[in-house]
Write a protein that binds this ligand. Sequence first.
Ligand SMILES: *Cc1c(COP(=O)(O)O)cnc(C)c1O
Length: 418
Amino acid sequence: MLKPQSKSDPAATGFLPYGRQWIDEDDIQAVAVVLRSDFLTCGPKVEEFEGRFAARVGARHAVAMNSATSALHVAMLVTGIKRGDRVITTPNTFLASANCAAFVGATPDFADIDPVSYNLDVVALARSWQPDTKAVTAVDYAGQPCDMPRIARFARERGAVVIEDACHSVGGGIAHSGRVWSTGGHPWADITVFSFHPVKTMTSGEGGVLVTDNDAWAENARRLRSHGVVKDPALFVGLGSELGHQRGSQLAERGPWYHEMQNLGYNYRITDIQCALALSQLRRLSDFIARRREIVARYNAGFGGLPWLTTPALRDPANRDCISWHLYTVQIAFENIGKTRTQVMTELRERGVGTQVLYIPVHLQPWYRQRYGYGPGKCPVAEECYLHSLSLPLYPAMTDADVDRVIGSVHDLSAETK
Ligand SMILES: *Cc1c(COP(=O)(O)O)cnc(C)c1O
């Protein structure tokens, strides 16, 4: 088990941010080894990490990239989402879950969330569905799995692609029909994407990964990650078919330099430095998740008696022991304690407790309002949830004393008004 009492960790004392990475000496050593090696990028650590990660989640393929945003973009490209298509996601998410549809010229759209899990609501999804809807991007908010079986069945019956943005739920799972299916390894998502940004459950500095069981999509994703370039001779199509041309025979020579660009690709490559860190972090992923679960349980117990605060609730209690919690987001009736959210955040900050509001509903962002005409009232549950939401510190290096300090500071919010 982890020992979060480490004095060398600045987060163990003083200010508690809402989330932070936990780097240990093994991580540092793993990165140092790569720095002394021949390959900083395009080397063996990338494949090693992809293999380990795919095995961990139970997927056939993992394609690692420089961010989850890149992986979401590539997920749209390989599944053929394009201009004229609609992609529905949740408004209660990070911008990239929706932006990826706009990257390929498709229309990002939003269906409301359910008021228990704050995840995409299947009934709202059905209501928002239109004939041009070609994909749904479901997000496991805070780490709690979406109702993937129902979301996927609904989407597949209509011929749409199912993407799971599992940036919050690495190492998690979903209980269904008496067993637990790993996030990324279950049969409901066509493609699942994870992020390794430092605030997420494991980190590579920046980084993300796309996992899928589809061989062709994985192959295409690898190509798009690196300029659309093909190096496998079995896949070559040639530089030109004008063999009668005077240069035809010379152009046909395929020496050691030869490669072909067959798609418009990008540089979305991840480095070996990042993958070494990711490999090292992956070894501790189960410990990270277990500690996060302990902290969530301690918070839930500590906040049990507060009438103006709602702790995270589960859509399906069977998921309790397989959730990989990324965020601890509570709903606060600010009006009942006579304080604005800004005042609450300031008071908590003064006591060394960092908080964050996750998320502003994406359809209310100025770009979305201007570009697509979205606005307030489109997703009323998400808008109401936003007004009350506050994410408290949650990361594995927190000690029990840290957690108790947060609990005490939150309790004092209402005591101080009396
Ligand atoms: C963090 C996050 C992303 C983007 O991940 P990056 O690796 O920072 O690009 C996408 N979706 C969700 C839900 C996230 O939390």
